[in-house]
Design a protein around this ligand. Structure first.
Ligand code: HPA
Ligand SMILES: [Zn+2]
Length: 339
C-alpha cells in the first residue's frame, strides 16, 4: 500500500454528493425485483453491469430511473440506505449528506411518506448504531416542471423537520436553474438550505444562476466553472464548495479519463473542491475509491489529499464545533504520515 493510499484510508471522511437511488447495486436490484415481483429487462447481474456503459448524463439517467422501479416498500428504502451506511462505515466515512429524488417514486405511485420513512429510519439507525452522522437533501427533478416541484414541496411540508435542505438534479442542459427560481425562493422562505447541480454538462452561466437566483450554499459538480475566470474568482473569494464527483465525470464522459480530471486545478485556484461518488453503484466506486483513484491517476500529494478531505468537513452542514473538531483530527492523523 502506498503512503497516499494509507493516508486516504486512515482519514475520517465526509460525503456531500450522493444520490441514494444511485447506490442500488445490481445484486440488490435483483433481490428487490424478486421480493416485489417486478420484472427486470436483464437476466443476470452481469448483464446489468454490462449495460452501464454511458455516453452522457441522459443515457445514465434512463437506466437510473428504470432501476429505481424495484423500490416499492418502506423496507426497500431502508435496506438501500442501510447498505450504503455499512459501506460508509467500512470506508471511514463519518458523515454523509445524501440526496433523495421523491418525484422518481411519487410518479410511480409510491407515497412520499414511504420513501422518507424508510430512508430516515436507516439514517437514524446509522447515527445510533454506526456513529455516522447525516443530513437528508430532497432533490427536485429539473426535467419536470416547476409546478411539479411545488407539488412535491407540498407533500414534504408536514415532514420538514426531517428534511435538512433541497437540491436540483437530473437532465441539466435545457433546464437552467432560473426555471426553479420561485420554488427555491419558497424553500429559502421556509428556512431550507439549498444546493444545485450546475456546471456538470451545463455551461458556467448555469453556475452563475444557481448562485444568484437560487442562492445556493454549494454547487454540485461545478467542474465547467473553470471555463469562466470571473466565476472562478467569485467561487474562490466566497469559498463556495464544489461537490466534485471524479468517477461520475469519467463515466458520463465529461472527461475522457481520470488522469484528465481538473480536480487538482480546482484546488490550485483556491476553490473549496470536495470528492464524492454521486451514484457509486453505476459509476464504479464509492467515495473512498474516488479518492484512491484520483490519488493514483493525478498523483495527488499528501497535502492535497488532506486539503480535499478537510474541504469536505468545511463544506458540510455539521455544526461549526464539530467541523473544527474533525478537521483537527485530520491534521493529527496527517501529521503521523509526515504531511
Ligand atoms: O450526476 C447527476 N447529475 C444529475 N442528476 C443526477 N441524478 C443522479 N445523479 C445525477
Ligand atoms: Zn449528482
Amino acid at each position: 500500500m502506498t503512503q497516499q493510499e494509507a493516508l486516504i484510508r486512515a482519514l475520517p471522511k465526509v460525503e456531500l454528493h450522493l444520490h441514494i437511488e444511485g447506490t442500488l447495486e445490481p445484486e440488490m436490484m435483483f433481490e428487490l425485483a424478486r421480493r416485489n415481483g417486478v420484472k427486470l429487462p436483464y437476466d443476470s447481474v452481469e448483464a446489468v453491469r454490462k449495460a452501464y456503459d454511458f455516453s452522457n448524463l441522459q443515457s445514465f439517467l434512463d437506466l437510473y430511473y428504470a432501476g429505481a422501479g424495484v423500490l416499492i416498500t418502506e423496507q426497500d428504502f431502508y435496506d438501500l440506505t442501510w447498505a450504503y451506511l455499512k459501506r460508509c462505515q467500512a470506508d471511514n466515512v463519518v458523515h454523509t449528506e445524501i440526496f433523495f429524488d421523491p418525484q422518481t417514486h411519487t410518479e410511480r405511485g409510491i407515497a412520499f411518506e414511504t420513501v422518507l420513512a424508510g430512508i430516515r429510519r436507516a439514517l437514524d439507525d446509522g447515527r445510533a448504531q454506526l456513529r455516522i452522522s447525516s443530513r437528508l437533501i430532497m432533490s427536485f427533478l429539473r426535467h419536470l416542471s416547476e409546478e411539479d416541484g411545488f407539488r412535491t414541496l407540498e407533500m414534504a411540508r408536514p415532514h420538514l423537520d426531517r428534511i435538512d435542505g433541497v437540491g436540483l438534479d437530473s437532465s441539466e442542459v435545457g433546464h437552467p436553474p432560473s426555471k426553479f427560481a420561485r420554488l427555491f425562493a419558497e424553500c429559502k422562505a421556509l428556512g431550507l438550505p439549498r444546493v444545485a447541480h450546475a456546471g456538470e454538462e451545463g455551461p458556467p452561466e448555469y453556475v452563475w444562476e444557481a448562485l444568484d437566483l437560487l442562492d445556493v450554499c454549494r454547487i454540485d459538480h461545478g467542474v465547467r466553472a473553470l471555463e469562466d475566470g470571473k466565476l472562478v474568482e467569485r467561487l474562490a473569494e466566497t469559498r463556495m464548495p464544489l461537490t466534485v464527483c471524479p468517477f461520475s465525470n469519467v463515466k458520463l464522459r465529461v472527461f475522457d479519463k481520470l488522469s484528465d480530471h481538473t480536480l487538482r486545478v480546482l484546488l490550485q485556484k483556491g476553490l473549496c473542491a470536495t470528492v464524492n461518488s454521486d451514484d457509486p453503484a453505476y459509476f464504479g466506486g464509492y467515495v473512498q475509491d474516488n479518492y484512491l483513484g484520483c490519488a493514483r491517476e493525478l498523483g495527488l500529494s499528501g497535502g492535497e489529499i488532506l486539503q480535499l478531505v478537510k474541504n469536505g468537513f468545511e463544506a458540510s452542514w455539521l455544526e461549526e464545533g464539530e467541523r473544527g473538531w474533525w478537521m483537527g483530527e485530520c491534521d493529527i492523523i496527517a501529521e503521523k504520515f509526515g504531511v
